[in-house]
Design a protein. Structure first.
Ligand code: CMP
Length: 831
């Protein structure tokens, strides 16, 4: 590009950004939504640019489909997916996908059919228009939702639908264009179309998710370098889009959605809090710039004069689009409500979904990408532009009053209560400060009393308001408020522990999921009495895979390390839960005071947390008993981490005041990080099984000399199992013997027609699994770990070899067999 051209474009872009910033400030004072204001401003600027010379550079900037699709869209999609609550999205997947896929198809068909009837457009072109115009663009609406504090679910429905229907529309548009170019509707096109659509849609999502995941892994290398991490996130947004769209020919939009969801979800724990803030601010800014430019450019590009020619057809198109939207929302959503188990989308929300179906940049990009020689291109561009302008302006302007009419902008009773509580707490804090000033004696007493009294007055007012509000709430609702607060405190506590390095990321995710599940329970009107242990999906998947892998390769180091880590994670989780329970218990008293719930409600909540604390305490004690070195190492690690945390804080403080130069701070930070990583490995090392334990504990090994023992130890396969794991299942074929080095297992026998019964507990030094080996019969009982256990497995042949070397082993096995047989009334070996 020549020098002058670049300057012109830079000047134009800067000019537009200036206009956008000015508009953002100016429009605050009006009732006009920002995006609508920008489009109108763009229209004015576009008109002026033709006549006023110094606005000339603006004419260089037109909305080309490439600019929208390859520059703006990845940013907008990534930002939106990145900030989306993936859990809430998955709960609302049924309505979102229904609207985005079948809904979009239905809308395409209705718009296409109607326009083919009432305008000169042939059916093919009308359907092409139907596809491109059916993708919704909720920027204006979402901005309003944020401003009005609309329910979160509504935001998810609207935003989720638009993320997925962009992809659907693009794919469908390309398919129709291809068929039209081919001229004939070949037999099997429909079937192929469906398959192709699925490949493109799902393929894109998978490609994006993989790229997002790889990026998260890469980011781990750039620990605490916010600039690098932000850069990488930009790379991933665009890489996902381009790789999918350009190289793999799957949906770029879906890829960016996948990448955004993965980075947003995993990133919530993989990034440090500072980096998280950084990323959010960066992407918010990027989306602001992209949106501002898009809406201004929409205005500038549109030539209202050119639309006049198609005035009537545009009117029909607007009507068709509205009818199609009504049919999809009011037709499909009630059906989903009946079919899916998720919470129903009520009439009010449906109305907003209908009215909020604005059209935007994707529609324009697609229509502009229609080849120049396409017969009705001019008309299609005019129709799309007309519909986009109309929906943005009317939808944007009327959305707020509509939400108000529907009462969707009103905070619920519970939200109002929360707000008032916050105000009261703030006033109290202010009052305490003022009182302090009085005692310090720097200010006149009268002044201090005056200000203090003012606060006292305000506090009484808020208190009265609170009282009035509380009397409106039923006990049940109050209980829900208290529980909800308790869950918030609990979740917060876990986050705090994580940020201080006290719990690891997988444990945090598990605990947060557990809180979220209980919040769902609360929403359904149940009181969450139990802290459910819940593994996030990727953890469950990993465990499944490793379980299988372990069966195939029992001596694998990977599986072994994984089991050790799982054992450590359980302990970590239990100690975190214990801490959180204690914390919530003390907080509930304050919460109860603030919310004014009845004493019995607070007592109930406290009791549940008390019981939970008791339960985990038993487990923690179990670990302490069987793995004392581990617990010691873990505790030492905690203390050291807290100390390191202090060190890190001090470094930051010194660096921020300039007391140490940046290079020194950097070195110091690095040293802390290295130490942190070293610490993370320690407790696990203390869990490594030590065959010497067996020597000390298993009676028949005691005759063995230490040197001989080594050769026996080589035959043993160490197996670490978690509390609750099943080691042997009754009825299975058995080919090995297990020795217990640490922990306790339960032997459970199920006789036909009777419930399973525990017949024995076996401790360190004992063994099990000898019966099936000796008799070749199926396993006579199920053996389940009651605590974390360290076991050693010995194959049947090795048992025989061992018996030959150590006759005491055979005697011990036979003895145990006879005793256990007798107690279980099983046949004797000789019979
Ligand atoms: P096996 O039948 O191979 O698998 C289950 C094991 O549980 C069994 O070997 C014994 O080792 C153990 N077992 C079965 N019954 C009892 C019992 N009554 N007391 C202790 N251990 C038992």
């Amino acid at each position: 590009m020549e020098h002058g051209g670049v300057v012109t474009i830079v000047v134009a872009v800067i000019g537009l950004l200036l206009v956008a910033a000015a508009a953002a400030i100016g429009l605050k004072r009006t009732n006009l939504p920002y995006t609508v204001g920008l489009v109108l401003l763009g229209l004015v600027l576009g008109a002026l640019a033709e006549g006023v010379e110094w606005l000339g550079p603006l004419q260089e900037l037109t909305l080309s489909p490439e600019i929208i699709l390859f520059i703006f869209l990845p940013t907008l999609i990534f930002e939106s997916a990145f900030n989306l609550d993936a859990r809430l999205l998955s709960q609302n997947m049924a309505p979102v996908l229904t609207l985005a896929v079948p809904g979009l198809l239905l809308s395409t068909a209705i718009v296409g059919g109607l326009l083919a009837l009432v305008t000169p457009l042939p059916l093919g072109s009308a359907l092409l228009f139907g596809a491109l115009i059916s993708a919704t663009d909720p920027v204006a609406v979402i901005a309003l939702f944020k401003e009005l504090g609309a329910p979160k679910r509504l935001t998810i429905l609207v935003e989720g639908e638009s993320l997925f229907n962009d992809a659907t529309a693009i794919v469908l548009f390309r398919l129709i264009l291809m068929v039209l170019a081919g001229g004939v509707l070949a037999a099997g096109t429909l079937g192929r179309g469906v398959v192709e659509f699925l490949v493109v849609f799902v393929g894109g999502l998978v490609v994006g998710a993989i790229i997002g995941y790889l990026m998260i892994r890469t980011i781990a290398l750039a620990r605490d370098e916010p600039l690098v991490e932000v850069t990488l996130s930009t790379v991933v947004a665009y890489a996902a889009f381009i790789v999918a769209d350009h190289y793999l020919h799957v949906s770029g939009v879906m890829a960016t959605v996948g990448a955004g969801l993965v980075v947003g979800t995993l990133g919530s724990t993989r990034f440090t809090p500072e980096v998280r803030t950084y990323l959010h601010q960066f992407w918010e800014y990027a989306a602001f710039v992209a949106n501002s430019l898009i809406f201004l450019l929409v205005g500038i590009t549109v030539k209202p004069g050119g639309l006049m020619e198609y005035f009537g057809a545009i009117g029909w198109a607007i009507l068709a689009v509205a009818l199609a939207r009504a049919a999809t929302v009011f037709g499909l959503v009630p059906a989903v409500n009946r079919l899916s188990r998720a919470e129903a989308v009520d009439r009010r929300n449906q109305t907003v979904l209908f009215w909020g179906g604005l059209r935007g940049a994707v529609a324009l990009a697609l229509v502009l990408s229609i080849p120049a020689d396409f017969p009705q291109r001019g008309m299609l561009v005019a129709l799309a532009t007309g519909v986009v302008l109309f929906t943005i302006v009317t939808g944007g302007v009327t959305m707020k009053p509509l939400m108000h009419r529907l009462g969707l902008d009103r905070p619920t009773l519970v939200e109002r209560l929360g707000r008032l509580q916050a105000v009261l707490a703030a006033k109290r804090a202010a009052f305490a400060r003022v009182e302090q000033l009085g005692t310090a004696g720097h200010f006149s007493n009268r002044l201090v009393t005056d200000v203090g009294n003012q606060y006292l007055g305000e506090m009484t007012e808020v208190d009265q308001e609170l009282g009035a509000l509380r009397s409106e709430l039923e006990t049940d609702e109050m209980r829900r408020v208290l529980w909800s607060e308790a869950l918030t405190v609990e979740r917060h506590r876990y986050r705090e522990m994580f940020d201080r390095g006290l719990i690891s990321e997988p444990v945090l995710r598990e605990l947060e999921l557990s809180v979220d599940l209980r919040r769902d329970q609360l929403k359904r009107g149940e009181i969450p009495r139990e802290i459910v242990a819940a593994a996030p999906i990727e953890v469950r998947f990993g465990a499944r895979f490793l379980g299988l892998f372990g069966k195939l390769f029992p001596r694998s180091r990977i599986v072994h390390r994984h089991r050790l880590r799982a054992l450590a994670a359980r302990y970590e989780r239990d100690t975190a839960v214990l801490d959180a329970c204690e914390h919530v218990k003390t907080e509930v008293t304050q919460l109860a005071d603030l919310t004014g719930v009845e004493a019995s409600v607070a007592d109930e909540c406290r009791e549940v947390y008390e019981n939970q604390a008791g339960d985990v305490m038993v487990r923690i004690d179990g670990v302490a008993e069987h793995f004392p070195e581990y617990v010691q190492a873990a505790q030492r690690q905690t203390v050291q981490r807290i100390a390191l945390d202090g060190e890190a804080d001090a470094i930051e403080q010194l660096a921020s005041t300039g007391a140490i130069p940046p290079s020194v701070a950097k070195d110091a930070r690095h040293a802390v990080e290295v130490e942190e990583r070293r610490l993370a490995r320690q407790p696990i090392a203390a869990l490594e099984p030590r065959p010497e334990d067996l020597l000390a504990r298993v009676p028949f090994f005691q005759d063995l000399e230490a040197t001989n023992f080594q050769s026996v130890a080589n035959l043993l396969i160490p197996r670490t199992v978690l509390a609750g794991d099943t080691v042997i299942r009754q009825g299975e074929r058995g080919t090995s013997l297990f020795l217990i080095a640490r922990g306790v297992v339960a032997v459970i026998v199920a006789l036909p027609g009777r419930p399973p019964k525990r017949v024995a507990s076996l401790h360190a030094g004992e063994f099990f699994g000898e019966m099936a080996l000796l008799t070749q019969a199926p396993r006579s009982a199920t053996v389940q770990a009651m605590t974390g256990c360290q076991l050693y497995e010995l194959s049947g042949e090795d048992v025989n070899r061992l018996c030959d070397r150590l006759p005491a082993v055979r005697v011990a096995l036979m003895q145990a067999y006879e005793e256990r047989r007798r107690s279980g009334q099983r046949p004797s070996l000789s019979s």
